[in-house]
Write a protein that binds this ligand. Structure first.
Ligand code: ATP
Length: 572
């Protein structure tokens, strides 16, 4: 240690963090120190001084990291000259802004705010959640008078109910779900949604754990009663989409019945669905069970809202994120079985999951699972013949046979299509096929090639004027949208082929052997005993690693299973 003044620069290999805001150590001790000048080895006093100095310096490093970072040899950066002399000068309060410092700060901020939002996540968890708990009204079992049964699903029984004592005339009917084990997750998700994007989902009032001696623990969830109809009910009517026109637009449009008018209504429904999904995804929640049965029409707000968050996953904190878990309705589920890659280990502890969430989100794009389901709903709205369960199941089979390529499916069915099917294509082909384009960007095999809810909302399909009246900026946006939807794996293959033609040792480019590596195609070699032994060893190694990972996952899962239950109020 040469001197206290240089300790920040030393050990950072030439990267210097300005620490002029710190009080010189000498002023803390009331006497001038000159360790650099001293040729003696450090005494115990000077050693403790160095430890003390390091503590102060570390706090300064943290304090100054966003203010000024210079890169270079310590003395070049610090213009240190006489270090000892500088340490006796009064400290400088000036903020030194440097370009790398600004870049680092901006990079950190964008990471903290990138989907699903590390910084808003911490604020939500440690501030908003507690404030809300203090101020919101609470309910217990005796406050509710259960009415008729609305539904019974895998996660519980749902009743229409009333509050026994109404505190104001605004207190209307409520919906109560008595749920088993998954109720805890649903309470968590609904509370998160209420704080982050209340308008996207049914209005959640309260959730608590009720322990009855007969039935054991039961989670009670209370929502405002939003309305009588789900999108599934409305879709089943022959009148669709006219039966929702007045409901969502407030009045019947001044247009003759026909494709144009139907298209407008479907556009509005799609916009509302995508808006709700975009809000959910922006906060890190993936629903995983989007289907017309889980979309309720809210009579008060005249919008479609999402219900049933029992299968949802909160990727901001890793709740219910269990990659190996299988929770989906095969009619509306995307072809991928998991929303996260199976290579991704089970979620780590909540703070670590939160810190890593932007990286995992970008690697897996889990929101695209819901986008596929919303694409199928779009398809059902456009094609009346695909609205029944059996027709949808048959369509799914056909699409699978076409490798999930909607364009190939269209080519295969259009020549012998029924008038009803033909009408659906006509509706999607309006305005230069802009509806068809949006549909094909949602229903795709690869999640990465599907559009996000946000990008879909910016699609010209939702511009009233249609494709022909697009402004310059809108056309540009459409081109950008199309560019992001391209299958670049084809382009990559083409470039590889091109390089293969010119690739020789003499002319440069890649040789055939190097290209094999790129294509990840194993060159065919004759098998030998040595190779077989190696392959068996590798297989055994992989199996051992997989078994260890699975056991660790299992242990972790039981250790931290349902840790968020702690926050759920219990009825005494
Ligand atoms: N907030 C609400 N307002 C009005 N009706 C509602 C509301 N929430 C749920 N419902 C009605 O209750 C039914 C069942 O709700 P939900 O889907 O949440 O239950 P579930 O037990 O998870 O059912 P499933 O597993 O079949 O999806 C819905 O189909 C809807 O008709």
């Amino acid at each position: 240690m040469a001197s206290i003044g240089t300790s920040t620069a030393v050990g950072l290999g030439g990267v210097k963090l300005h620490s002029f805001n710190s009080k010189p150590i000498s002023s803390f001790l009331g006497k001038k120190l000159n360790l650099a000048a001293s040729k003696k080895s450090p005494t115990s006093k000077s050693k403790s001084l160095v430890v003390f100095a390091s503590g102060v310096e570390i706090s300064n490093i943290v304090n100054d990291i966003f203010v000024g970072v210079g890169v270079g040899l310590p003395c070049t950066v610090m213009e240190c000259g006489d270090m000892i002399y500088r340490s006796t000068l009064p400290r400088s309060n000036a903020i030194t802004l440097t370009v790398p410092g600004v870049i680092l700060a901006l990079g950190t901020l964008s990471y903290l705010w990138a989907t699903p939002g590390v910084a808003p996540g911490f604020f939500d968890m440690f501030v908003l959640a507690f404030v809300e708990r203090v101020f919101r009204p609470t309910y217990k079992k005796d406050d509710l008078v259960l009415g008729k049964k609305l539904g019974e699903g895998s996660f519980g029984v749902v009743y229409k109910a009333q509050l026994a004592k109404k505190s104001s005339s605004k207190d209307g009917d409520v919906v109560v779900k008595k749920a088993t084990e998954y109720g805890a997750v649903e309470i968590w998700m609904n509370e998160r949604v209420r704080r982050a994007c209340a308008n996207s989902c049914a209005d959640f009032i309260y959730g608590f754990l009720e322990t009855s001696p007969k039935r054991g623990p039961e989670y009670w969830l209370i929502w405002k009663f939003e309305g009588e109809s789900t999108l599934a009910d409305l879709l089943q009517s022959k009148e669709f989409p006219y039966n929702v026109e007045a409901m969502i637009l407030g009045e019947v449009q001044d247009l003759p019945k026909g494709l144009e008018r139907e298209n407008r209504i479907i556009q509005t429904v799609m916009r509302q669905l995508l808006f709700a999904l975009d809000s959910l995804h922006s906060t890190g929640i993936v629903h995983r069970d989007i289907k017309p049965q889980n979309i309720i029409f809210s009579e008060d707000s005249r919008t479609f809202k999402i219900i049933d968050l029992g299968a949802a996953t909160d990727l901001r904190v890793g709740i219910n994120y269990i990659p190996k878990e299988f929770l989906l309705d095969p009619r509306y589920a995307a072809p991928e079985q998991y929303i996260m890659s199976t290579q991704t280990p089970s979620a780590p502890s909540a703070p670590v999951a939160t810190a890593l969430s932007p990286v995992l989100w970008q690697l897996n794009l889990p929101d695209r699972f819901d986008i596929y389901s919303v694409g199928l709903i779009f398809l059902q709205m456009a094609f009346p013949s695909l609205r029944s369960d059996s027709a949808l199941i048959q369509f799914n089979r056909q699409l699978k046979r076409c490798d999930y390529d909607l364009i190939a499916w269209r080519k295969s069915v259009e020549p012998r299509a029924s008038p009803e099917l033909r009408r659906g294509f006509e509706l999607l082909d309006l305005d230069g096929g802009i509806g068809w384009e949006l549909l094909t960007s949602t229903v795709r095999y690869r999640a990465r090639q599907r559009t996000s809810a946000k990008a879909a909302l910016a699609h010209p399909y939702f511009d009233k004027e249609g494709l022909l009246a697009l402004s310059f900026m809108q056309s540009l946006r459409l081109q950008l949208f199309r560019a992001t939807q391209q299958d670049y794996s084809e382009a990559a293959k083409w470039i590889i082929q091109l390089m293969a033609k010119s690739g020789t040792q003499r002319d440069g480019g890649f040789t055939e052997a190097q290209l094999q590596e790129f294509r990840e195609i194993e060159p065919k070699k004759k098998s030998s005993a040595q190779r077989n032994a190696l392959a068996s060893a590798l297989r055994a190694q992989r199996k051992i690693i997989r078994t260890i990972n699975e056991s660790v996952d299992e242990l972790n899962r039981s250790r931290k299973s349902l840790w968020w239950r702690r926050w759920i109020p219990r009825e005494e």
